[in-house]
Structure formats: C-alpha cells, structure tokens
Write a protein that binds this ligand. Structure first.
Ligand code: 9D3
Length: 264
C-alpha cells in the first residue's frame, strides 16, 4: 500500500513512519509514504502557494496550480512504480472539515485498496476549481477545527495501516477492537494486568478464575453495560442489526438506564 501526501509540512509524517506499530510496518515495507511539497511545484521567485481570497474575507487560500502540478507528478510516479492495479488509479482525497466523517467501516474499505493521494490543506482552504477538477473524495475527522489536513491524513492512514495483514503482532487485537464487527460495534470491556492487587484494589475474581467461558461471559456483560452507559447510539445500532443475542438482551435488562454511570 502506498500513500502520497501533498503537504507544506512533510516532516510531520515522521510521526507515522518512525514510531510504533505503523513505524515497524513501514520499516518492513508493508506500506510506503511519499511526500510532495506544493512549494516545489511553483514557478515564481517567492515560491508562492497561497493568495488572498477573491471577494475578500480573512485568511489565505491555497492556489490551484502548484497543487495540480503536484498531483500530476504523483500520478506519474505511481504509474512508474506500478503502485496501483491498472484499472484503479488511486483516489485523490482532500482532508477537509466539509468532508464525510471517517470511521472504522471506511478504514476497512481503505485497507482493501492500494492507497491514495492526499491533499493536506492549510490556511482557510483550497481553490474550489482545483477541488472540482481533481478531488474524488473529501474526508473529515469530525466536527472540530484543525489547523490543517496533515493530522487528518495521519489519523486516516494510521487507522488503515493497522488493519493490513501482518501489521499487528497479535492478529486478534485488531479483530477485538471497538467498532469491529467481532464485538458487534460495542465498546471493549476493561483490562487489568499485574499485580493482582494494586493499592488495595483487586482484579475482578472472574478474570483470575481460569474459566474461559465465564471470562468471555463477564467481558461480554461489561462490554454491553459500558456501551449502554456511554454510547446508547452504538447499542441501538447493534440491536437494529440483530447483533445482540437473547442472552445479551437479558444482561441489558439488569443494567441501569443510560446516563446513570453506576455499576451493575
Ligand atoms: C472559518 C471556517 N473554517 C471552516 C471550519 C475554515 C477552516 C478551518 C480549518 C478551513 C480549513 C481548516 C483546516 N482543517 C482541515 O484541513 C481539516 C479538518 C478539520 O478542521 N476538522 C476535522 N477534520 C479535518 S480534515 C482536514
């Protein structure tokens, strides 16, 4: 999988390539990242990439031409590297607060592809004509304001790369994640590790019992309970999708109603 990032701040992507799970996978060649600075595709002596908005208003707008030249260069490079299957050119994706909100279902779709060309905006935005001509898809992280698209691209790439075959040490931990179908989109149950007693606080008995079936049952109950309390929307989605067993529903009837953050 190959990601091409068009960005004024290429150094930011070291966070992804040099650290943790994504860093190790990058080192092992499971995915690649290339950065392209729009400044390198300018023709004026000041290497200008932004200008004032027509019609007035605050801030600056990223100019279309340096971005277009960068995209064309990326397409040539991806072609030369045979980074995509012939028929499916990588999508051009603009990180934008006006985009579709990223989620786990989208991450799983992306993990089946061959990567993407990301445009990371800065300033107030990107000239709309560039978007109309080149952008296939706009993606947002959610309803809050960032300073630019770089962190958005990194979050998206992180969420995709950790799903690639062979990236996670324990293949099970991706499967058991919150929002993964294996948990039916429920929140994960709490975790404990050594020591068995920490500051007079014991680990729940069941987890020390060695009874795998009882442990699984305990975890499922805690998962249902936590989701009911914190994310009733996720619980409702799981119920609608028919992903809750009769036993699940029985467990939930003894839970407190949502909003009352009390244990069973
Ligand atoms: C005052 C109008 N602002 C729109 C809310 C302008 C504006 C703010 C921030 C335009 C661009 C940006 C930079 N943000 C991103 O590039 C961005 C983003 C975000 O701000 N929130 C959530 N997801 C994303 S993905 C890219």
């Amino acid at each position: 999988m190959r990601f091409d990032l068009i960005t004024l701040f290429p150094e930011m992507f070291a966070a992804l390539c040099d650290h943790g799970v994504t860093g190790r996978a990058h080192q092992r060649g499971l995915w690649a990242l290339h950065t392209w600075n729009p400044r390198d595709f300018t023709t004026d002596v000041h290497r200008t990439v932004d200008d004032r908005p027509f019609g007035g208003g605050p801030g600056m707008v990223m100019m279309a031409e340096p971005l277009a030249q960068a995209i064309e260069a990326v397409r040539q490079a991806r072609l030369a590297a045979r980074a995509d299957p012939d028929a499916h050119a990588a999508p051009v994706v603009l990180l934008s607060p006006a985009g579709q909100t990223h989620d786990q279902a989208r991450a799983q779709v992306w993990a089946q592809g061959s990567g993407a060309i990301f445009i990371c905006g800065r300033y107030e935005g990107v000239d709309q004509r560039l978007i109309d001509q080149y952008v296939d898809l706009e993606v947002s992280l959610g309803d809050f304001v960032l300073s630019g698209g770089e962190l958005g691209a990194m979050v998206l790439i992180d969420s995709v790369v950790r799903l690639l075959p062979g990236v996670l040490h324990d293949a099970q931990s991706a499967v058991q994640d919150s929002f993964n179908p294996a948990l039916n989109g429920l929140l994960d149950s709490p975790h404990y590790t050594r020591p068995e007693v920490w500051r007079d606080l014991p680990v729940p008995d069941t987890l020390l019992s060695g009874h795998h079936a009882r442990i699984a049952e305990w975890r499922r109950a805690r998962s249902l309970q936590l989701t009911a309390q914190r994310r009733p929307d996720l619980l409702e989605k799981a119920r609608q999708a028919g992903e809750l067993s009769r036993k699940d529903l029985a467990v939930l009837t003894v839970c407190q109603p949502p909003g009352q953050d009390k244990p069973l």
